[in-house]
Design a protein around this ligand. Structure first.
Ligand code: ZN
Length: 476
């Protein structure tokens, strides 16, 4: 059957060559193209429309948390980075630096932001005077640059789009609570809007953000069993407040350092959507963020009344707030089915003379490939209901796929065998860096997240008493 489908033949087999499948899908569905500078990507309109939907959903959630948007400059004086020792060390290898401008060598080199803690910290120090100015919660939607040697569209590129939230608080408790609240906001968004189940928790010290006291992550399992870090939330303690002098006058009259947080998600989430839900036919997009939620394909389009009926249906669906496309091009219906399937449109409606006469339409779901009939009367209600059902089913399917691939291991051989099969491995850990490093050296798996609420007696690497249970996995 696959041989009859010209589109399927263009995409590498998802089971045997997942990396090539990914490349084929992102290029052929016109999500991205390669930029002229190595390691850069051009996000094309179809990909950018997904990002806009992600932005809209997230931005509303941030505002409900009392976060306000602002914009900080792209260029940051290099001296800012040296103020926080761990931060500068962590980011030094990835920072791109501007040394010349206006035909002259600059007195001080300027970093192109890899992240904005330093400049936002500097501004917060100026804006925060008393306890009345706290908490301060700002977010910016922007691009950042981190020089990368090996790159893949959406997953790792030297320039990418993201949001970075930065908050300052009077107490450690409040800042820690904010860190976890925003992690919770991310988790709810990713599960309900992107239909991707995530495991949230703390990173080990080794995997922690440079300069943070604690880093929390959400890890998602991709189709091939590898992990994708899909967002992080950091508790900075007073590290940045001390380095940048963010001080406030307390209500009892003494000067104190604030406690800060930062949290971010990026266009990497689009990569997560592609690699979680995609199948042998191409993309499968969750309805909440799909640029087109529903495509109408006319059957026997030249027969009288067909296009008119399709246009009326389109108007009815648009009226109900559904993102709908009518494909009235002169390609054959079969060609259109394949193209829209490859582009991952959640629902296809087929409408021909016989359907119109019977007052019906044919619905074809992208997630299950099932077809069903529905009345043209109340079409919008049927379509909306179906989109909700698709969204829900995609999350359940992804959760079942992941849960089937979470296994336990008690020794290094067990960890290796499990990660080779594309599993997440839960194993006891003594808390020492050497054991974490050894797992990476011998299995190419890294510690993804510390599992909450589970315990093991011994470390799978050294056999000493375990402090935590860790998820080890190979990762993007
Ligand atoms: Zn150990």
């Amino acid at each position: 059957m696959a041989k009859e489908n010209q589109f399927v033949e263009q995409i590498a087999d998802i089971e045997t060559d997942f990396p090539q499948w990914y490349t084929d899908v992102v290029l052929k569905t016109k999500l991205v193209d390669y930029g002229p500078v190595k390691g850069t990507m051009v996000i094309r309109p179809y990909g950018y429309a997904i990002w806009e939907n992600i932005q809209r959903e997230l931005d509303g959630r941030f505002k409900k948390q009392g976060v306000q948007n602002a914009y900080f400059p792209l260029l940051i004086p290099m001296s800012f980075f040296t103020k926080e020792a761990e931060h500068v060390e962590g980011f030094a290898p990835e920072v791109a630096v501007v040394t010349h401008a206006g035909g002259e060598k600059l007195a001080e080199p300027l970093a192109i932001r890899p992240t904005s803690e330093t400049i936002i910290g500097t501004m917060m120090a100026k804006w925060i005077q008393s306890y009345r100015d706290l908490p301060m919660k700002v977010n910016q939607w922007c691009n950042v640059m981190r020089w990368e040697k090996t790159t893949r569209p959406f997953l790792r590129t030297s320039e990418f789009l993201w949001q970075e939230g930065h908050t300052a608080h009077a107490t450690a408790e409040e800042a820690e609570a904010e860190t976890l609240t925003m992690l919770g906001v991310y988790k709810e968004f990713v599960e309900n809007c992107l239909a991707i189940p995530v495991i949230t928790g703390k990173k080990t010290e080794k995997e922690r953000f440079a300069g943070a006291v604690a880093t929390y992550t959400m890890e998602a399992m991709m189709h091939d069993g590898k992990s994708l870090q899909s967002g992080t939330s950091h508790y900075m303690g007073q590290n940045f407040a001390k380095a940048f002098d963010i001080q406030y006058l307390g209500n009892e009259g003494s000067l104190q350092h604030a406690y800060t947080t930062s949290w971010g998600v990026s266009t990497r989430l689009i990569g997560a959507v592609i690699m979680t839900h995609g199948d042998e036919r191409g993309l499968v997009l969750p309805p909440v963020v799909a640029p087109t939620q529903c495509v109408i394909v006319p059957i026997a389009a030249r027969k009288g009344g067909v296009i008119e009926a399709c246009e009326a249906l389109k108007a009815q669906l648009e009226e109900a707030g559904i993102r709908v496309t009518l494909d009235a091009s002169d390609n054959s219906p079969g060609w259109k089915f394949n193209e829209w399937e490859m582009k991952g449109v959640p629902l296809r409606i087929e409408l021909g003379p016989r359907d119109i006469e019977a007052g019906k339409m044919l619905l074809a779901r992208r997630d299950t490939l099932e077809k069903s009939e529905a009345a043209l009367e109340n079409a919008a209600a049927s379509v909306k209901e179906m989109l909700v059902e698709i969204q829900k089913n995609m999350l359940e399917k992804a959760r079942a796929h992941r849960d089937n691939r979470i296994v336990y291991a008690d020794d290094m051989a067990g960890i290796l065998a499990a990660v080779e099969k594309g599993n997440f491995v839960k194993a006891g850990w003594c808390g020492c860096r050497a054991c974490e490093d050894k797992v990476k050296e011998e299995t190419a798996a890294t510690s993804r997240v510390i599992v909450e609420g589970e315990s093991k007696e011994t470390c799978a690497v050294c056999g000493k008493p375990a402090k935590n249970v860790i998820i080890y996995a190979r990762a993007y």
